[in-house]
Design a protein around this ligand. Structure first.
Ligand code: GLN
Length: 238
């Protein structure tokens, strides 16, 4: 009870600090949410709660204006098909290669993987890891778990898994941010590779904003670097 109240107070304090202090600090930085299918609205709401601007991305022109991109949960087969139909697959790959932070959750994590077991069309092939779709089996195809927070700090992180993929292997250099417990052999459920982050669960469905904060900090660093290079380029030519 006391703990619960304290936790809520901390969250309220964190949220109000963010929505006032950070809105200004984040300035014109824009976090894109790929809005073709799936729970993009929940991600957009979570980004706003942390105090950053959001743009729903459905076109290559919109993609060109963002400082980061979230690929939401949903149906990876559908999102993969629509990314091609909307002419977004190549532009996303290009921007990712140029350092744009991208975070895929659940179906989004599947699409980021270099190797996907049981996906009948190409994903983005950006993160050197192998994932298997719908791999938890019928008994626990949807479940919740409290994860040890690792690098995120603070208390346990409550994670919701919905017909989640499993990360079967990651290449050297891929950082594992979060894992399931010993009963699941500490299997990775959140990883980062350079500016790309993948989580097999749904942080946008809980009030915990730690992962959104982490991603927004990555977008902020990217935006700052991009405007420094733009200034340098303008200075160089003038
Ligand atoms: N099972 C879905 C897929 O394979 C992912 C589920 C989700 O995003 N919650 O695409």
């Amino acid at each position: 009870m006391v703990n619960g109240t304290r936790k809520r107070l901390e969250l309220v304090t964190a949220l109000s600090t963010n929505s006032m202090g950070e809105a200004e600090r984040l300035g014109s930085m824009v976090v894109g949410v790929l809005a073709l299918q799936g729970d993009f609205a929940e991600h957009a709401a979570a980004v706003r709660r942390v105090g950053a601007n959001v743009l729903e991305v459905r076109t290559a022109e919109q993609l060109s204006r963002v400082d980061g991109l979230i690929i939401p949960g949903g149906e990876s087969t559908t999102i993969a098909r629509l990314m091609i139909a909307y002419g977004l697959r190549e532009p996303i790959v290009e921007r990712a290669r140029a350092g744009l932070p991208i975070w895929g959750t659940c179906a989004g994590a599947i699409l980021l993987a270099e190797e996907i077991v049981t996906l009948d069309r190409p994903g983005l092939r950006l993160v050197p890891m192998t994932v298997e779709r719908n791999a938890f089996g019928r008994q626990i195809d949807s479940f919740e778990a409290d994860l040890s927070p690792g690098v995120l700090g603070g208390g346990a992180l409550h994670a919701i898994f919905i017909r989640a993929p499993r990360i079967r292997s990651v290449a050297d250099g891929v950082e594992v941010l979060l894992r399931l417990g010993p009963e699941m052999e500490h299997e990775p459920v959140a990883v980062q590779w350079r500016s790309l982050m993948a989580t097999t669960f749904h942080p946008e469905l809980t009030e915990d904003t730690r992962l959104h904060e982490r991603f927004i900090a990555m977008c902020e660093a990217y935006a700052a670097e991009a405007s420094r290079s733009a200034l340098a380029a303008a200075g160089g030519s003038g």
